[in-house]
Write a protein that binds this ligand. Structure first.
Ligand SMILES: [Zn+2]
Length: 173
């Protein structure tokens, strides 16, 4: 397994519409393992392929926040929301590509998602609460959407400016 560098917003690769995955080979399994390792290391509860510069439709997540619980890693290939509840939920969201910035985002409280695993097998499951927010946030990444795209333009602009500054500092070392 390899830790992959996580792209920081703004980056054109974070704004791309990602391509569906058609080959369920060993490389895909390796990519999923790398993504999980990178996510746990960050640490984060979700990671989408474009965040490591790969514009393919695959996400990983583990929204189990109970420190005593066993890890619950999930890999979702070609995930699609097939149903979402009218009831909404507000969570303070963050993103590994927008470090240390948090803002409240309103989303459907429950969603049903269809996806394939790394072997191509199909799955469908309902997600609730934090898991639902997480899976919607990650699927958004596959469509080039970031959580700050839901904020007021001024707030989004302020966060983007902070990230530009952060990237400049990181580049300087
Ligand atoms: Zn994110």
């Amino acid at each position: 397994m390899t830790l992959r560098p996580i792209l920081i917003h703004p980056d054109p690769r974070l704004k791309k519409l990602c391509k569906p995955i058609a080959e369920f080979d060993r490389d895909l399994g390796k990519l999923a393992d790398d993504m999980l390792e990178t996510m746990y290391d960050a640490p984060g509860i979700g990671l989408a392929a474009p965040q490591i510069g790969i514009t393919s439709r695959i996400i990983v997540m583990d929204a189990n926040k109970d420190p005593d619980a066993a890890p619950a890693p999930m890999v979702l290939v070609n995930p699609q929301v097939t149903w979402s509840s009218d009831e909404t939920n507000v969570y303070e969201e963050g993103c590994l590509s927008i470090p240390e910035q948090y803002a409240e985002v309103t989303r459907p409280k429950m969603v049903r998602v269809h996806w394939q695993d790394v072997t191509g097998k199909e799955h469908e499951e309902e997600f609730d609460a934090l898991w639902a927010t997480c899976v919607q946030h990650e699927i958004d990444h596959l469509n080039g959407t970031l959580f700050i795209d839901y904020l007021k333009p001024l707030k989004k602009q302020m966060i983007t400016r902070k990230m530009v500054k952060l990237k400049r500092e990181m580049a300087r070392g």
